[in-house]
Design a protein around this ligand. Structure first.
Ligand SMILES: Nc1ncnc2c1ncn2[C@@H]1O[C@H](COP(=O)(O)OP(=O)(O)OP(=O)(O)O)[C@@H](O)[C@H]1O
Length: 248
């Protein structure tokens, strides 16, 4: 069984003349041990797909199965198996980082002692010791991102869906997050959206390219380049996608 299976997800926003076909029947799987990049130009449908996988957005049709559980039919089981990092800063900005992480641990059903262990683990993994008792609103963009990442892994789920995890991080922080993802990858299925193609080459075993709401390539980063053919991953990206995706 694939740890993450996406089955013909469709999402349309609006109606009539203002209708936007954001995601048009996206299917793929991610296996245990894989780190898969989710690439595409602005507006291609990456965040919409990830929000549907996480259960934050209801699909028009299709489904996502997380460790075998349907996000549409068995939402609670599916969400226990999933760590999701949304775009931007974590919600509940008035909470301290510790309060936010303790709250999330509670929503996943961790006991008090499990929560203490989990907090120690994610504080070290995300390197947030220095800010753990500060309110999230007062943190830098990079620390907010790392608190969000700590929240995604607090219950040590087998599947991670991370929407631009290194966005806003300085080069040192980026390196730390990449090595954390590499450390976690052995036992998990990980899907990462990013605009940073050097990151894809450094840490992803496979890359999915989405454009105009449809998957247009699924290959290893090296395969994307050689099979087109292109000179670099950036060239391959340009060949596969439009400048900015405007779904009709
Ligand atoms: N709430 C919404 N209402 C209407 N249209 C939306 C909404 N959210 C997204 N869209 C549209 O759906 C399409 C896909 O957007 P989405 O945010 O999924 O793209 P993306 O690939 O994540 O882009 P980016 O790289 O800029 O984050 C875009 O045309 C976007 O304008």
């Amino acid at each position: 069984m694939s740890l993450l299976k996406i089955d013909r997800l469709v999402k349309t926003y609006g109606s009539g003349l203002s209708i936007k076909h954001a995601v048009r029947g996206v299917s793929f799987t991610v296996e245990k041990g894989e780190v898969v990049a989710f690439l595409g130009p602005n507006g291609a449908g990456k965040s919409t797909t990830m929000r549907m996988i996480s259960g934050f957005l209801e699909p028009d049709s299709g489904d996502a199965f997380i460790a075998g559980a349907s996000i549409c039919q068995e939402r609670e089981n599916a969400q226990i198996a999933l760590g999701y990092l949304a775009e931007g800063a974590p919600l509940y900005g008035d909470l301290t980082a510790r309060g936010f992480l303790t709250f999330l641990a509670g929503t996943h059903g961790l006991s008090m002692s499990q929560t203490r262990w989990a907090l120690d683990r994610v504080i070290a993994d995300a390197r947030i010791e220095a800010v753990i008792d500060r309110s999230i609103d007062t943190l830098s963009k990079g620390y907010k991102r790392r608190v969000g990442l700590a929240g995604a892994i607090i219950h040590d789920p087998p599947v991670l869906v991370l929407d631009e995890p290194t966005d806003g991080l300085d080069p040192n922080q980026k390196r730390a997050v990449r090595s954390l993802i590499a450390r976690m990858s052995k036992d998990k299925a990980i899907l990462i959206s990013t605009h940073q193609l050097d990151e894809v080459q450094a840490m992803c075993s496979r890359a999915l390219v989405i454009d105009g709401g449809k998957i247009v390539a699924d290959d290893t980063p090296a395969g994307l380049v050689t099979n087109l053919p292109a000179k670099t991953l950036e060239d391959a990206f340009t060949l596969l996608t439009q400048e900015e995706s405007i779904p009709q």
